[in-house]
Design a protein around this ligand. Structure first.
Ligand code: ZN
Length: 319
């Protein structure tokens, strides 16, 4: 947890996952304005970019500038995604706090998305571990592993829990600091989420922090959050206005909506450190720069219920 005064850590991933497949380039200044305004709303953690070759994803051609600006924000934990050592080297040179190494549980998704086998991804991950461990203590970045397609894959269908557990075990043995279980294409449901998160946390929770990354592709995103909460998960990815889509389902919704996530958590008496009302005006940045992208979120449409936020001493979820 990057901030000790909160119960649950939300991480904004809109500037990475949200804009990844959007063709319109969001100007660097506007990305930085988004970061600044979310930090002012209390956001503790943002995944601000992806370090990948610009010809592959031109949206991230300004990744170094965005990451540097994010690092200037007081108290913000800055993470960046990369699929390889080269990206990790760039991210490390810039000084991001956390590097998220992307890999897929599904072999077919790994081949199609990353053009490599899961074994090759693990071998590359070990090179990033070596990079981290070559740095003096106190100068090391936190290294997270993102496990895409943990609940299912558009090629293989349902992904068995044992495949996820094996994959996580490989990364834990290799030296990962944190794992993020990702439902990349919205196949998860609350019963399965509770089962899988319980198993991951029971098996690896003493060694690594376990985060959740849900998409709302089929409308179960927030229900899945609550199921993961009950299993003991305390870190959740989401994006402002649910920005982002699914490359395999062109009309589908994207990441779970940050505003609704904060409403759910704060309503359950869990302190996120985020003022949901201050998030709402930031949606304008998306509306202005990406006018073709739909703005999701039911809290933004309905507004706060009377008297919200209520007294948080009525916490209903305990560890
Ligand atoms: Zn995602």
């Amino acid at each position: 947890m990057s901030n000790k005064n909160i119960d649950v850590e939300c991480r904004e991933v809109g500037l990475r996952d949200g804009i990844q497949i959007v063709k319109t380039f969001v100007p660097t200044d506007e990305k930085i304005r988004w970061i600044r305004e979310e930090v002012a709303a209390g956001m503790p953690n943002m995944q601000v970019c992806s370090f990948v070759p610009p010809k592959l994803l031109p949206q991230f051609s300004d990744a170094p500038d965005v990451a540097l600006a994010a690092l200037e924000q007081d108290g913000l934990w800055v993470s960046a995604l990369t699929p390889n050592l080269r990206g990790a080297q760039t991210a490390q040179a810039i000084g991001v706090h956390e590097i998220d190494f992307m890999n897929s549980v599904s072999e077919t998704h790994s081949q199609s998305n990353g053009r490599r086998s899961t074994a090759e991804a693990l071998a590359e991950f070990k090179r990033v571990v070596e990079l981290r461990d070559s740095l003096p203590e106190g100068k090391r970045f936190k290294l997270a592993g993102g496990f895409a397609t943990s609940f299912g894959c558009s090629f293989e269908g349902h992904v068995p829990h044992n495949a996820v557990l094996q994959s996580v075990e490989n990364f834990v043995k290799a030296g990962v600091d944190e794992v993020v279980i990702a439902d990349t294409v919205g196949y998860g449901n609350p019963r399965e989420v509770k089962e899988l998160f319980t198993k991951v946390i029971e098996n690896f929770g003493d060694d690594v922090m376990v985060g959740a990354h849900f998409h709302d592709t089929r409308g179960l995103g927030l229900a899945n959050v609550y199921a993961a909460l009950e299993a003991g998960c305390r870190r959740f990815d989401a994006s402002l206005a649910g920005l982002g889509g699914c490359p395999f389902a062109p009309n589908a919704t994207g990441n779970i909506v940050m505003e609704d996530l904060v409403f759910l958590l704060e309503g359950a008496g869990l302190n996120t450190g985020i003022d949901v009302e201050k998030l709402l005006p930031i949606r304008e940045i998306i509306a202005t720069n990406l006018p073709d992208e739909p703005l999701h979120g039911t809290y933004a449409k309905a507004g706060a219920p009377k008297g919200f936020p209520w007294n948080s001493s009525t916490a209903s979820i305990q560890d």
